[in-house]
Design a protein around this ligand. Structure first.
Ligand code: HEM
Length: 158
């Protein structure tokens, strides 16, 4: 039982730091960067700021994922993935996979170079795309967190 409590605590702390950081970047930092910097400087300034957060996000994503799968294992809840009422279990895994691929594969290997190159020619477009991507991920993450809190405390909507 202690393991269950500990895994849950780590899971929620991971989510708080990770998704909280995504909310901060999306609603505060990106709009601020848009206001202070010229289109040419924006992408670089933002990359430099988010670079620091990306490390935090990598650690918290890892903690959330490991504790999450451990919870599924402890609860033996694999069959939930066959039930629509547990859509939030699917979106938890989806959000986690999207961020894991972004943080561990795409961002360091592809996106950074691609953004820097395109940013020289089309700075406005790249920045708008970044902002849009952050809003999409934040919205999906918040819907997921809402569904998971409601669902894991017995409020299933379907
Ligand atoms: C590999 C990915 C993940 C797995 C396997 C996973 C698994 C789980 C499990 C098994 C539970 C307990 C459900 C219950 O008690 O009925 C849970 C709770 C929860 N998860 Fe996840 N999760 C993952 C990712 C995420 C992500 C990305 C978020 C946020 C966007 C999230 C937010 C939550 C929240 C808010 C709770 C409810 C905690 C509570 O109210 O006690 N999880 N998760």
């Amino acid at each position: 039982m202690m393991e269950f409590g500990l895994a849950r605590v780590l899971h929620v702390l991971g989510v708080v730091l990770w998704i909280g950081g995504v909310a901060m970047v999306t609603t505060v930092i990106l709009p601020a960067v848009r206001r202070v910097a010229t289109p040419e400087e924006r992408v670089q300034l933002f990359e430099r700021i988010e670079h620091r957060f990306a490390w935090q996000a990598r650690v918290t994503t890892l903690v959330t994922g490991l504790s999450g799968f451990y919870l599924v294992h402890l609860m033996n809840a694999w069959e939930r993935f066959h039930q629509l009422a547990y859509w939030w279990m699917h979106t938890m895994v989806l959000v986690w996979v999207l961020f894991t691929v972004m943080l561990f594969v795409l961002e360091p290997l592809v996106l950074r170079r691609l953004f820097m190159r395109t940013a020289v020619r089309q700075p406005e477009r790249v920045f708008t795309l970044m902002q849009r991507m952050h809003w999409v991920l934040l919205t999906l993450s918040l819907l997921t967190a809402a569904g998971a809190v409601a669902g894991s405390h017995g409020w299933l909507w379907l």
